[in-house]
Design a protein around this ligand. Structure first.
Ligand code: SAH
Ligand code: SF4
Ligand code: F3S
Length: 442
């Protein structure tokens, strides 16, 4: 397999991005190297997401586009992983004969063996099982060279919100042992990471084991990661109103490396819809949570996920969501029209609202949140912002980094600023980034 090439295409959340990066680390230990060009690859991997409708169609459509490559080169291995693979398993191979390997979010460490078997003529390999906590021990060290790096701390979900496929595709919640996480953070720090993004479907439900067998909460983990020298900034996603404890809020107030942006998905502002969604909090509970966070960290900006047009959502329900948005003044959102996922309880609920009405609601919601986001950005004009420099801007002319509130800043500077926190005065506010003057105090 020496010198052969792999191409990975990734859809979905940051955890899928993380998984794809770890798959790349693993394949590099086999002597393979990455290519951006599927036509140059000996192995093509598609890491899929199942969170919204038509995920399977999108997958088969992509496979159709790769079919000619396989016809030209029958030795080309095509592998499908991620949440659609987990959901569909063997059916993928039945529908698309060009697929050689189907693997799940918990079995990608077995890829080398699966590839070996395909190459030695054992036929298609399908493994979408859930061996708990086997994967991380079997992977090589995380080789991200990025200033801002991801670390999965827990995976899976045991909440079963009525619309969501994730508990079925990722399995129940499993937390990594604390020492494994801290070791990964230190390895990343040693190769240049200065910002760590702790990842999980619900990070606040983290229950990792300490070396002595006691259980570590997410708040305690934040303290432990915070202590690691060289890490300048900490982010985490996704935290969730479920188990957003006072202990966690106190940690957010205490730990100054925690960034000024908190993603806390509320989904809806209507208590009736929240109940139907099986989200165990009310809109007022959420208001109180945000008030508590702002009391300990006034500079924090809040972002959220919203589902618009959930089955039976009325105009009044939607107006409740808009009222919550006005109360909280969200900075940003990932907001989508409700998408029916077969097998979930919401898929059987009556959903009479026409798509056009849902689209109209979504546009209004996004427009309102964009207004707040732009206002927050405009307030930065003329201020000195601490920017963690990640690299050059896409055009290569300016340096590029992020403020604590996650704004991208492009500014004049030198490569030796990469990985450093530097003061940048904001000269111009654009819709998707800020332009800064030359840095002042490197
Ligand atoms: N665990 C996180 C979210 C993970 S899924 C939480 O509970 O907050 C990411 C987002 O996808 C969700 O927040 C939700 O807004 C969206 N989502 C999940 N299922 C969906 C569906 N069936 N239709 C539309 N959006 C959905
Ligand atoms: Fe899905 Fe709910 Fe779990 Fe989030 S908490 S991943 S929305 S089931
Ligand atoms: Fe998608 Fe799976 Fe992430 S469904 S959002 S890739 S957990």
């Amino acid at each position: 397999m020496n010198k052969s090439k792999f191409h990975i295409k990734t859809w979905g959340c940051q955890m899928n991005e993380y998984d794809s990066a770890r798959i790349a680390d693993l394949l590099e230990t086999l002597g393979m190297s990455a290519t951006e060009e599927p036509a140059d690859a000996d192995l093509i991997i598609l890491n899929t997401c199942a969170v919204r409708e038509k995920a399977a169609e999108k997958l088969f459509h992509q496979l159709g586009r790769w079919k000619p490559l396989k016809q030209d080169r029958p030795d080309l291995i095509i592998a499908v992983g991620g949440c659609v693979a987990s959901e569909e398993g063997r059916r993928i191979r039945s529908r698309a004969r060009i697929v050689d390997i189907v693997f799940g979010p918990q079995t990608y460490h077995r890829l080398p063996e699966m590839i070996r078997r395909v190459r030695s003529g054992d036929g298609p390999q399908i493994d979408v099982s859930f061996p708990a906590n086997e994967k991380f021990g079997a992977l090589p060290a995380n080789r991200s060279r990025k200033v801002s790096a991801f670390v999965t701390i827990m995976e899976g979900c045991s909440h079963f919100c009525s619309y969501c496929i994730v508990p079925y595709t990722r399995g129940g919640e499993v937390s990594r042992p604390v020492s494994e996480i801290l070791d990964e953070v230190k390895t990343l720090r040693d190769s240049g990471a200065r910002e760590i993004n702790l990842l999980g479907q619900n990070v606040n439900c983290f229950r990792g084991l300490n070396d002595d067998g006691t259980v570590c909460s997410f708040a305690e983990l934040l303290y432990r990661v915070h202590q690691i020298d060289g890490i300048r900034r900490l982010r985490f996603t996704t935290s969730n109103p479920i188990e957003f404890t006072d202990e966690l809020i106190a940690a957010i107030g205490d730990l100054d490396k925690i960034a000024d942006s908190l993603h806390l998905p509320v989904q809806s502002g209507s208590d009736r819809i929240l109940k139907l969604m099986n989200r165990p909090y009310s809109a007022d509970d959420y208001r109180l949570m945000v008030a508590k966070v702002r009391a300990v960290k006034p500079s924090v900006l809040i972002s959220s996920d919203f589902i618009v047009g959930f089955p039976s959502e009325t105009d009044e329900d939607f107006e409740e969501t808009m009222r919550l948005i006005r109360d909280i003044r969200f900075d940003n959102s990932f907001s989508f029209i409700y998408s029916k996922r077969p097998g979930t309880p919401a898929a059987t609920m009556d959903d009479p609202l026409p798509l056009d009405a849902k689209k109209e609601r979504l546009a209004r919601l996004q427009q309102l949140i964009n207004t707040y986001g732009m206002q927050y950005s405009r307030e930065l004009h003329g201020t000195l912002q601490q920017v963690l420099v990640e690299g050059r801007s896409p055009d290569g002319v300016l340096m590029s980094g992020r403020t604590s509130t996650s704004r991208i800043v492009h500014f004049p500077g030198d490569d030796d600023l990469i990985g450093r926190m530097t003061g940048v005065r904001i000269a111009k506010v654009l819709p998707h980034c800020l332009i800064g003057e030359a840095q002042t105090n490197p």
